[in-house]
Design a protein around this ligand. Sequence first.
Ligand code: HAM
Length: 424
Amino acid sequence: MAQFAKPRGTADILPDQVLEWRAIEDEARRLFATYHYREIRTPIFEHTEVFQRGVGDTTDIVQKEMYTFMDRGDRSLTLRPEGTAGVVRAYVEEKQYGNTNTQKYFYFGPMFRYEKPQAGRFRQFYQYGVEVMGSNDPRVDAEVIGLADHFLRQMGIESFELHLNSVGCPICRASHKQQLIKHLEPVRDQLCKDCQSRFGKNTLRILDCKIDHNHPVVASAPAITDALCADCAHQFNEVKAYLDLMGISYQIDKTMVRGLDYYTQTAFEFVEGSIGAVSTILGGGRYNGLIEMLGGPDLPGIGFAGGVERLLLARSAQGVTKQEPDQIDVLVVAMGDQAIKTSVQILHELRKSGISADADYSAHSLKAQFKLADRLHARYVVLLGEDEVSAHQVSVRNLDTREQELMEQANLVDYLHVRLTNLS
Ligand code: HAM
């Protein structure tokens, strides 16, 4: 018989692991609400153009990593490789800017990138993220970075570094680009294939290239941070000053430009040292031209996203893990045909009253049923034999104390309720 394997770069999240996924999502929801962010849910696929325009035609994501397909109506659609472009598309399409207030959103969900899988890098991965639209106030930059820092600490991650940079605006970038082209031109043909094709188009990205950043001429290239216009320099200084006020430590990383084209001014990454090569657990920045680029008004935005899988890796590297215990309150054990019938009714009553209960549907011997009760750490076993059933009674055994009581079936739910409430 044919056996099927999951597609490369995807993962099954089994019940034992789900508690930890939920813990991350629950904590994110609680914390994001504390900062007054509200959840938004957008489609998992968008028109391909949303990402071509939003993320940028010259980026690795758009050029090599998108899951793009034609649907049956001959439209080009793409599974979202990230969340920001879709949220901005929704903000524009739903005219959320009509409300003059700043809008603050958060989201969770699967993202898709055709990347080479390795530890911490998947083709389907999950992000949590926030986006703030409508304000250019540096207090917002500090709030967004502070929220990321707070969230990671709340998740038990302590040993990370916050890398901060400003990638300027189209004005300062244009003059910096000329300086950069002049500086790199003599070594153009020594650069990697990707950087040669980036040359002149996305020249800034060469500074952040994993292959070329050690090249002495690349390493000595003028940093955008040193070429900021007055407005961008002021913004950057304000952001740093607010972070200092909040006691958030950071290091300036002049070569960090991030892999998406929409960034302007503030750019940041949280890097964790112990999870191996793929160590950026969260990244974000300001995108002041994106809303307009996707058909909206000229309004600014900023946000971040982090990968759940990388957060889990970091948690386990730092010894913070949580396993889902496979546990129930009551196992109903039945011996004999009549008892099995009655047990169906009793299980239904127990569950309707809110008591978690199960039966062993695979084993029939008494010993095997009790073994399951032990494995599930059941607090009580409800025991039904032919004698009990014909007398409308049940035996209830406390698995901690091993005490057993015989009682009327009609009293069972109340009896267990009192005891289970006292236990929890
Ligand atoms: P990004 O840096 O491309 O930014 O991704 C953010 C985070 O998603 C990364 O730091 C990493 O934790 C996780 N991640 C990315 N690719 C993978 C992968 N293949 N496997 C596992 N995890 C991955 C963005 O996506 C921007 N939309 C962030 C943003 C929001 N900027 C402004 N607002």
